[in-house]
Design a protein around this ligand. Structure first.
Ligand SMILES: [Zn+2]
Length: 425
């Protein structure tokens, strides 16, 4: 999905704060015409703000009706509005409600205190005031989310934030600091939302998660590595000529299912990665952009089977530590349900083959799935469906069953979290 810099006035291709470009769809006609902001949740999550703030801001700017709590994640603005215009308004929102007034960094938390709205900056440590005369400021002050009132997407984001052991973002979303006790905790982020409904489940997984986060550079988890077209192009141009040639690939996706005779472009990608790993002494030293560029040269950077190759070559016994480091590149490639299935299939195959000598690999399945989920590489629907039925597609049936058995705690977690969401509604 096309990404833009959170600050569009910054043209530096290595600027690290990215969000998806707004995507809209016009529906209906006549008086019933409306604009659905398809990826509002994702953009809101990139900005660590509730979706309601964004949609309401658009509503104020356009003088249009909006829905601020859609159960189905369909964020609607009445009337027909151009996505480029909304993107311009979004710049205004970011300037006023996201960027630190002091240093212009977007990594801020919203804190509501004594009738003021403060942006607490992670970068420079300053807390700066949001202009209370803005219409959205009034909305924010009047709508400090109460427990159980968060919409589904937000709860999901909150679950993820907590799974990530990074409750700080959650604080910005919920404003619970004020609604819970108003005691003005200086740093409420760590214990924010302790009373939230899904906490029991979260605590359990969080404990399991702890290990996964050990040694990771958590700072980088929230924000995507620069995989922009410019960065990729710059890297491509720095490669020697022989690498620049683009190999043709024939057939459509449906013809790719066979494993081939050992000389497909997929095998070439796999072999190239393996060679690079040998040359550099470790698979973890082969960098994302060069892998992506290689896949691009082979013409397969958007193919689901590429995911299958990557999982099996980039990951090994250390998969739990490796996923966070590869997630930015993988999310560039994993763009559909089919890709997600390939990711799960490749993982099954990897765990199955490593598990032959290292049975403890099966104990890592839960952590692996949590990390995929956390980084939006798999969706609830796809992994739930995957979990219900063993398949011979990637491994033998016994192994397939064994992997799903090992995945059960995670699948149960999703099912429970989901039914709690429904109870709330
Ligand atoms: Zn700052």
């Amino acid at each position: 999905m096309a990404q833009v810099n959170v600050r569009r006035d910054v043209s530096d291709p290595f600027y690290r704060y990215k969000m998806e470009r707004l995507q809209t769809k016009i529906e209906g006609k006549g008086n019933g015409i409306k604009t659905v902001v398809v990826n509002l949740s994702s953009v809101a999550q990139s900005l660590a703000r509730p979706g309601a703030y964004l949609i309401k801001y658009f509503g104020f700017e356009l003088g249009a009706q909006t829905n601020i709590d859609p159960a189905d994640d369909r964020w609607i603005i009445n009337g027909a509005h151009d996505s480029a215009k909304l993107q311009d308004y979004l710049d205004g929102f970011i300037n006023k409600f996201v960027l630190c007034k002091k240093c212009k960094n977007p990594e801020t938390d919203v804190q509501i205190k004594d009738g003021r709205i403060l942006l607490d900056c992670k970068a420079c440590g300053q807390r700066t005031d949001v202009d209370l005369r803005l219409k959205l400021s009034g909305f924010i002050l009047k709508n400090v989310p109460k427990k159980g009132k968060k919409d589904k997407a937000e709860r999901k984001a909150a679950r993820k934030a907590k799974q990530n052991g990074n409750a700080g973002k959650e604080n910005g979303n919920s404003g619970d600091e004020q609604s819970s006790n108003g005691s003005g905790k200086e740093n409420g982020s760590k214990e924010a939302d302790a009373a939230s409904d899904d906490d029991a489940v979260i605590r359990k997984t969080k404990a399991e998660q702890q290990f996964a986060n050990d040694g990771d550079d958590n700072e980088d988890v929230e924000w995507a590595v620069d995989m922009s077209a410019e960065a990729v192009k710059a890297r491509q141009q720095s490669l020697p000529g022989e690498f620049k040639q683009k190999l043709a690939i024939n057939g459509d996706e449906d013809d790719e299912e066979g494993e081939g005779g050992g000389n497909t472009v997929y095998d070439q990608l796999g072999e190239w990665i393996t060679e690079q790993a040998e040359e550099k002494g470790s698979i973890d030293k082969v960098d994302d952009i060069s892998i992506y560029v290689k896949a691009k040269e082979l013409g397969i950077e958007s193919k689901h089977r590429t995911v299958l190759v990557l999982v099996q070559t980039l990951f090994n016994e250390n998969i739990v530590a490796q996923i966070p480091k590869r997630q930015a590149m993988l999310s560039q490639i994993v763009t559909s349900e089919r890709h997600e299935k390939a990711l799960l299939g490749g993982t099954e195959r990897l765990i199955g083959s490593l598990g032959k000598d290292h049975p403890e690999m099966f104990d890592k399945v839960v952590k692996v799935l949590q990390l995929y989920y956390l980084h939006d590489l798999i969706s609830e629907d796809v992994v739930t469906k995957w979990g219900t039925r063993a398949s011979k597609k990637y491994v033998d049936l016994a192994t397939s069953k064994k992997v799903r058995k090992a995945a059960e705690p995670f699948l149960t977690f999703l099912a429970e979290a989901d039914s709690e969401d429904e109870d709330d509604e």
